[in-house]
Structures are given as structure tokens and as C-alpha cells.
Design a protein around this ligand. Structure first.
Ligand code: SF4
Length: 400
């Protein structure tokens, strides 16, 4: 790789041994593996390293954390993930039921108009046969347009099926496997709205055309229609009630998670199925706990369980900023901030700007430097930190 310079003679400082002694320093100030890629630094590495470089080194060399708090944290994370997915489900059900209700409400209006029309059509000066033919031609036209819309790839032609984010050099242009497109509802809700409208219109007009032609007793027909309208109204009210119930559940779950009921959940980490976000430029990687869409922006959320601090710990702050960078690289859009949440009610907005980026990059380089050259040492004199350290059992520098 052009940007790599010759490996410098390794000067192992006091402290830990290097984990990547083969790494070489590039012109960009980062350390690169033999394949030319920057040494991988996860958001969790940053968190551990900032807490105490020795804790990071112990984790990097295979020492797992041991503490009840870790197990409790995992359990709480899972509970938060389930609550977020529940919220997403209720939001979807609310939208789906409201959409069905809107369609059904249109049918009620049509039935009402029909009831009145059938009752009085013979009283007005109208050629019923001509009008029936007119409706039949309308039905046929809607049917043909609907079939054409299905057969001709018009969405591609007018650019409707383009990726939902602007394509920029170096950015992925389609990230559906990780995030769903904004307002995505799936199935015919999204793709076939126009076609569905055409076919339903064709059916409605065809039914009216034949009804006008064959309904001999129009007064009786208007009675049947009135009855159907009442039945349909009852069914529509059931759907509306379902939508309102789902909305109430979504509101309560959104409140529980410090979100607005309209905020869209784009992603929630379940640790098994979620894809790792990678920044090839810096070597950063990680999976945010959630990504929500607020004011049309992808906002990463980092959830912390356990004791709520007076102000965010630097280690947590840097981890959340790392997710802001990963979201930026993955989507090509800069999130204005990342969210750091302690427990249920303590929420911090961490601004993602040039200063934050500078701080993050400096820390990534620092971790990479220690990976390549070694030298991780305890960075504090606080017994309390060691007391709460989950790798204390394997640490020779513990203060307690
Ligand atoms: S026990 Fe103390 S010195 Fe050792 S890794 Fe943990 S925080 Fe660092």
C-alpha cells in the first residue's frame, strides 16, 4: 500500500506487550495491519481503554469481565431491546390499522353516496343505461392503467426506486440490510399503492355499472346499501379502535424509552442478528444499541445500565461518539449528535462536530499505538475505579 511507510523499530515502553507487533505506521498517523487496513478498534475497546488502558489490554488478551453488574447489564440491555422492538411493532400496527381505516372510510363514503343515488336516481332526468355504460368505460380504463402500471417499470424510469440516501463517493448507497428506509411499511403499502388504487377503483366502478343495470328494485337496493354502510361503519370503528390502542401502547413504550411516539426506530441491536458497522478509514467498528430517526436524522443511542453518574463518563462519551462516526460513514449523513442514556430518565445529547471528531480520532490513534507498540498502564490513582473494575481479578496493578 502506498500510504504505508517502513515499519519503525518497535520501542516497547513499560507496560503491556503489544497485541499487534506486526503493525506499521502509515502516513495518516494510524497503525495498519499487514493487509494495509487500519488496526481494528471497536467502540467497546475505546470505552474500556478510556476507563483504564489495562482493562482494555486484559480484554484484548482474552480476560473476560466478571461481575454481577455485567450479567445484570446484559439482562437490562435485552429488556431495553425487547421494549424498543415492542414500540416498533406497535408503531407499525398503528400505521397499518390507520391505513386500513382510511380505505374503509372511503368505502363508507362511497356506500353512503350509493344509498342516496339508488334511492333518487329514478326521480331525476338521467339516462340510467348511458350512465351505466359511462361507469363501465371508466372501470375498464382504471383496469388497463393498473395493468400497465404493473407491467411497465415506471418507478425505475422516473427514479422512484432509487436508494433512499444520496450516493456519495466512498459511501454505501443502499443500507437496507441494516436500516429500513424512512417510512418503510413493506408490501403493497409501499410498492403498489397506485396499482391498488387503480384496481379498487375499477372494481367499484364495475360494480356500480352492473348494479345500475341489473338492480330492478332500486329502492330495495338502497335499503341493502344502507344496511351494508352501517355494518361497514361498525367494522371500520373496530379497526380504528385497534389503531388507537396500538398508539396508546406505543406512546407508553416511547415514554419509557425517552422517545417521542413519532420517532422511528431504524435499528436495535440484539447482538446476534445485527450487522457490525465498520469505518475502513479509521478502523473503528461497532454496533450501537439503537439507531432512531429524529427530525429525519439517524441518531445512534448508547444505553448504559447500573449507577447513574452526575455527568457522562468520558469512556461512555467516546463510545457514543464512535457510534456517531460509524453512522456517518455508513449512511453518508452526519448525525448532529449521539444520545447517551443512563437508566430510564437520564439522557445526554453529545454533539457530533469537528471538535468531537478530533477527540475521537486522537483516542483511536492512541489505542492503535498501544496495540502496535504496547505500553498500556493504569491511567488513574482511584481505588474506587479498581473496586468497580470487572477485570480486577486478573489485574496486577489493582489499587484494591
Ligand atoms: S483493576 Fe484497576 S488498574 Fe486494573 S484494570 Fe481495573 S481499573 Fe485498571
Amino acid at each position: 500500500m502506498l500510504f504505508l511507510v517502513m515499519a519503525e523499530k518497535k520501542e516497547v515502553s513499560t507496560g503491556s506487550a503489544p497485541t499487534h507487533p506486526e503493525a506499521v505506521k502509515g502516513e495518516d498517523g494510524r497503525w495498519h495491519a499487514s493487509d494495509g487496513r487500519p488496526l481494528p478498534v471497536s467502540a467497546s475497546d475505546l470505552e474500556r481503554y478510556t476507563y483504564c488502558p489495562l482493562s482494555w489490554h486484559l480484554a484484548a488478551t482474552g480476560t473476560s469481565g466478571k461481575s454481577e453488574a455485567i450479567e445484570e447489564g446484559k439482562r437490562q440491555h435485552q429488556a431495553i431491546h425487547e421494549s424498543i422492538m415492542d414500540l416498533k411493532g406497535h408503531q407499525f400496527q398503528t400505521q397499518k390499522n390507520l391505513l386500513i381505516w382510511q380505505w374503509w372510510f372511503s368505502i363508507i363514503v362511497i356506500l353512503l353516496v350509493d344509498t342516496v343515488a339508488f334511492r333518487y336516481i329514478d326521480d331525476i332526468d338521467l339516462n340510467v343505461l348511458e350512465f351505466s355504460r359511462f361507469l363501465a368505460v371508466g372501470a375498464l380504463s382504471f383496469l388497463l392503467v393498473g395493468v400497465m402500471a404493473l407491467l411497465v417499470p415506471w418507478r425505475v424510469t422516473i427514479g422512484l426506486n432509487r436508494p433512499f440516501l444520496p450516493k456519495k463517493e466512498g459511501h454505501v448507497d443502499h443500507i437496507e440490510p441494516v436500516f429500513e428506509p424512512h417510512d418503510f411499511m413493506g408490501g403493497w403499502f409501499q410498492a403498489g399503492l397506485l396499482e391498488t388504487f387503480m384496481f379498487i377503483s375499477a372494481i367499484v366502478l364495475a360494480l356500480h355499472s352492473s348494479a345500475l343495470l341489473f338492480a330492478e328494485d332500486r329502492e330495495q337496493a338502497s335499503f341493502v346499501l344502507a344496511f351494508t354502510t352501517v355494518g361497514w361503519t361498525l367494522l371500520a370503528s373496530v379497526v380504528l379502535r385497534r389503531a388507537l390502542k396500538n398508539n396508546a401502547s406505543a406512546e407508553s413504550l416511547a415514554q419509557e424509552n425517552n422517545l417521542n411516539v413519532d420517532d422511528e426506530i431504524s435499528y436495535s441491536d440484539d447482538e446476534e442478528k445485527s450487522r457490525l458497522l465498520v469505518d475502513d478509514e479509521t478502523g473503528l467498528r461497532g454496533r450501537p444499541d439503537q439507531i432512531v430517526i429524529i427530525d429525519s436524522e439517524f441518531i445512534p443511542v448508547e444505553q448504559k445500565t447500573g449507577k447513574v453518574p452526575k455527568r457522562p463518563h468520558d469512556s461512555h462519551r467516546l463510545q457514543a461518539l464512535a457510534y456517531a462516526r460509524l453512522v456517518e460513514k455508513t449512511t453518508g449523513r452526519s448525525p448532529p449528535y449521539a444520545l447517551l442514556r443512563y437508566g430510564q430518565d437520564n439522557l445526554h445529547q453529545l454533539i457530533w462536530d469537528a471538535e468531537a471528531e478530533e477527540e475521537l480520532f486522537a483516542k483511536v490513534r492512541e489505542v492503535q499505538h498501544v496495540m502496535a507498540e504496547g505500553g498500556a498502564v493504569r491511567n488513574h490513582e482511584r481505588p474506587g475505579k479498581c473496586q468497580h473494575c470487572s477485570r480486577r481479578h486478573a489485574c496486577g496493578s489493582s489499587l484494591v
